[in-house]
Structure formats: structure tokens, C-alpha cells
Design a protein around this ligand. Structure first.
Ligand SMILES: [Zn+2]
Length: 256
């Protein structure tokens, strides 16, 4: 409190995850070359930082544009004006001749039993893990979360990702002709041949006319699923969760 009162410009650094290694490297370079007082080195490092920043900015703008366009295409097609409810458009409705946009990602696992007033002895036990995978359709907006119990967890490869995306498209997605995906830049899960082949298969079998997928630059991949996960985790921290059913309730409440 004293610190905040007398030295308000000093802030505590918040812990962050998934930081960009390029950003870190460049900032280290700037600090080091500033100490060496060589103008050339500083200019070089600064130029690198600017280049990197403009690349990230470009990708970010593209992501925003895609979202905006998806929203525009969906306007009026989807909302039930009477009670403001958005039902998922699934078959047998006619295919919508639009590009739908989805983003998908894994969240960090949660452990239960979990309580805001955790008793000590639990420390000696191994809690049950539950994985979370979310597919977000920003235009509605709606996110569908898959809760993967420990006993069904098959690791984080390409196969579970494809299975869940396929299930989502079949049961919760908009029935659109074209699709644009955004995914995390993780080679093991999303950016690999298996996923590309799955998307190719969708087009070849006529499920979609065209599908594109884009990845945000490594380390700058904060996108819509992460915001939904944030809400979810906030609820989770305050809730008493003893079972998967409890956790399902937390997830459902987090969207309200
Ligand atoms: Zn960066």
C-alpha cells in the first residue's frame, strides 16, 4: 500500500505465459547494446524490434478483419430478433452461402476437487485432471467447450483436435459453405499435415466448398478462445468443484 501511495509509477510485473521468444531476444539485445554505447548496434536492434512489431500488427489486423467480415456476413441471417436467442444452425437447414469463422485452442488443465477454501491435507493427494478444448465462433458469439476427463485423455496430438473440431462442425457449427479457421501456432496439435488433410477431406467430400486456416505469429497468439477460458478460470477459482458435473456447471455459468 505504501508503495502504491508514494511510488505509483512502480508496478509489479504480472506473471505471463506464452511469451514471444523473439520479443524477449530483441529487448535483451536493446538493453545490452545500450550499455555498450554503440549506435550502430542500437539502431540495428531497434530496427529488428520495429520489423517484428509490424509483422505482428499486420497479422493481428488481418485476424480482426476476418472477424469483422464474418460478423457482417452473418448479420440478420442468424439472430432471432424476437427473444434475442441464437440457435445453432445445423442440418437439415440449407447451407449458408457464407464464410464462417472459428477459432480453436486448448486451455490449461484444471484439477479437482478444488475449493476456494482448500484444506491442507489435499496437498498429499493427486487431484483428478480435466482438459479443456474450446471452439469459438466469434460472430454469434458463442464458444463450445469440450471437457476431457482424465480417463478419456488421449494426449494433445492432432487426432483429438480433429475429432473435436469435426464434432463441433457437425453439431454446433454454422452450416456454411466456406470456413475460415484460426488456430494456435502449435505444430503438434494444429499446424501439421494431419489437420490439413482433414480439412482437405472436408472439401473433397463436399462438406465445404473451401476452407482456410491461419495461425497468429508464435508468442502473439492471444485470441478469442483465450478470453473465454479467462472467464471460465475466474469462475472456477471461486467455485466449489468436486466432480465433473460441478465443473460443467461452472463452465455453463461462465458464459452467463
Ligand atoms: Zn514477439
Amino acid at each position: 500500500m505504501l508503495w502504491r501511495c508514494y511510488l505509483p509509477y512502480i508496478e509489479k510485473m504480472k506473471p505471463m505465459s506464452d511469451l514471444c521468444s523473439t520479443c524477449k531476444e530483441i529487448s535483451g539485445l536493446i538493453i545490452r547494446s545500450a550499455n555498450m554505447q554503440s549506435d550502430e548496434r542500437i539502431t540495428e536492434a531497434m530496427q529488428k524490434a520495429l520489423d517484428h512489431r509490424s509483422l505482428v500488427k499486420k497479422e493481428r489486423e488481418y485476424y480482426k478483419d476476418v472477424l469483422k467480415e464474418a460478423q457482417l456476413l452473418l448479420k440478420g441471417l442468424y439472430t432471432d430478433a424476437a427473444n434475442n436467442y441464437n440457435p445453432p444452425l445445423t442440418r437439415p437447414l440449407a447451407m449458408l452461402n457464407i464464410v464462417a469463422h472459428y477459432s480453436f485452442d486448448y486451455a490449461q488443465q484444471v484439477h479437482y476437487p478444488s475449493s476456494p477454501l482448500q484444506a491442507g491435507p489435499i496437498y498429499f493427494l493427486t487431484p483428478r485432471k480435466c482438459g479443456i478444448f474450446g471452439v469459438c465462433c466469434e460472430a454469434i458469439p458463442q464458444q463450445v467447450n469440450f471437457l476431457i476427463d482424465e480417463s478419456f485423455d488421449t494426449g494433445k496430438g492432432a487426432n483429438p483436435v480433429i475429432s473435436m473440431v469435426h464434432f463441433y462442425l457437425k453439431n454446433h457449427g454454422l452450416n456454411s459453405v466456406s470456413i475460415h479457421f484460426n488456430a494456435d501456432n502449435c505444430t503438434g496439435q494444429n499446424k501439421n499435415n494431419t489437420v490439413i488433410q482433414y480439412l482437405l477431406w472436408r472439401v473433397m467430400t463436399g462438406l465445404n466448398a473451401s476452407i482456410s486456416i491461419s495461425f497468429l505469429p508464435v508468442g502473439h497468439t492471444k485470441f478469442s478462445p483465450d478470453w473465454c477460458f479467462g472467464l471460465l478460470k475466474q469462475k472456477f477459482r471461486k467455485a466449489e468443484v468436486d466432480s465433473l458435473d460441478d465443473f460443467i456447471q461452472v463452465v455453463e455459468q461462465s458464459s452467463a
